[in-house]
Design a protein around this ligand. Structure first.
Ligand SMILES: *Cc1c(COP(=O)(O)O)cnc(C)c1O
Length: 360
């Protein structure tokens, strides 16, 4: 029996081939006599799993040698605090761009540590656009510039990397990292919670440029110090071993798919199929400015919100799960991460067209 298609925003769908491999290796990882869950993180088996995952991630993103790759816990939310703790480096101010719910959370957490300069905000139009670059009021004394390249809740994505001069760019890529190739050298820090587009919850990836580490604010716990984690191969304490292993399987799966160039083409096709169906329907509506629509998270509304419950119930019967929109936005949201096959998006579009015919 084939599994239903899961459009959850996160924790989200994983490649079926990865789940099958994990299942096959669950009781005995490659003759070790142990599950990966049961291994010492200091043993040679897990060290090899960890190192392979880092190598594969470096290959996929072509990460330059002067960047550290960390495999941490705490989710993207922990990075809302770790970014200022590590990156202020004696300064007292940081720039933040506010483009959605996750930007807002990053801003409110950063305010515990520094003076936050919100350079621009799209809140006035319900986070459906990106404020134009010429309206950003950047602070030349900012220690770093933080933004959210893909707003998971609002469905707003940057399709370019903004230029803010010398200020290091710090980005929350939780729901877009690995969806396409990325010029890592343009960034100071890239972080992502794994449970959207990388692997299971509990793992947080941080990619940080060497010159930015080692100047934490006083009182920073060693667990939250990028330098301490880098010097200890992300093992200041026990890392999230099983999540790290699964992420490693996902990296290998991505390589087998043809890498990030191939994923980008597939993701763009998937997004186009869905947005075209919405735009041409006369029944569904995408609230987001077409110039910054997300490839990964697609919010949409029905012509009549009273049909929402029926839509969700019928979708579920058709094997299309977790399409309910975020409570702050309403309507529907289809998350179509790397692991969502094109057939899944086609099945959703077919269902939507049929539903509109019957209810429009
Ligand atoms: C899900 C998400 C978060 C929160 O992640 P946690 O791992 O729950 O802390 C932060 N930022 C973005 C962009 C997200 O999509």
């Amino acid at each position: 029996m084939s599994r239903p298609y899961n459009f959850s925003a996160g924790p989200a769908v994983l490649p079926e081939a990865v789940l099958e491999q994990a299942k096959a290796e669950l009781l005995d990882w490659r003759g070790s006599g142990m599950s990966v869950m049961e291994m010492s993180h200091r043993g040679k088996e897990f060290i090899s799993i960890a190192a392979q995952a880092e190598t594969d991630l470096r290959d996929l993103l072509d990460i330059p040698a002067d960047y550290k790759v960390l495999f941490l816990q705490g989710g993207a939310t922990s990075q809302f605090a770790m970014a200022p703790m590590n990156l202020l480096r004696g300064k007292t101010r940081a720039d933040y761009l506010n483009t959605g719910q996750w930007s807002k959370k990053a801003i409110s957490e950063a305010k515990r540590f520094c003076q936050v300069n919100v350079v621009a905000s799209s809140e006035a139009n319900n986070f459906t656009t990106i404020p134009p670059r010429n309206e950003w009021k950047c602070d030349p004394e900012a220690a770093y510039f933080h933004y959210t390249p893909n707003e998971t809740i609002n469905g707003v994505e940057f399709h370019h990397i903004p230029d803010v001069g010398e200020t290091p760019l710090v980005v929350d890529m939780s729901s877009t990292l690995l969806s396409r190739p990325l010029d890592v050298a343009k960034f100071g820090v890239i972080y992502a919670g794994a449970q959207k587009n990388i692997g299971p919850a509990g793992l947080t990836i941080v990619i940080v440029r060497d010159d930015l580490i080692g100047q934490t604010i006083p009182g920073t716990p060693s667990l939250f110090d990028y330098k301490a984690q880098a010097e200890n191969d992300s093992m200041v304490n026990t890392p999230p071993t099983y999540a790290w292993y699964i992420a490693g399987l996902v990296f290998q799966w991505l390589k087998a798919q043809g890498g990030l160039e191939a994923m980008a083409q597939r993701n763009q096709r998937k997004a186009k199929l869905l947005y075209d169906a919405i735009d041409q329907s006369g029944f569904y509506n995408s609230p987001v400015d077409p110039d910054c629509r997300s490839w990964m998270n697609v919010p949409f509304t029905l012509a009549n919100a009273e049909l929402d419950k029926t839509f969700l119930a019928e979708a579920k019967k058709a094997g299309l799960l977790t399409l309910s929109g975020h409570r702050s936005v309403g309507g529907m949201r289809a998350s179509i991460y790397n692991a969502m096959p094109e057939e899944g998006v086609k099945a959703l579009v077919d269902f939507m067209q049929d539903f509109a015919r019957r209810n429009g």
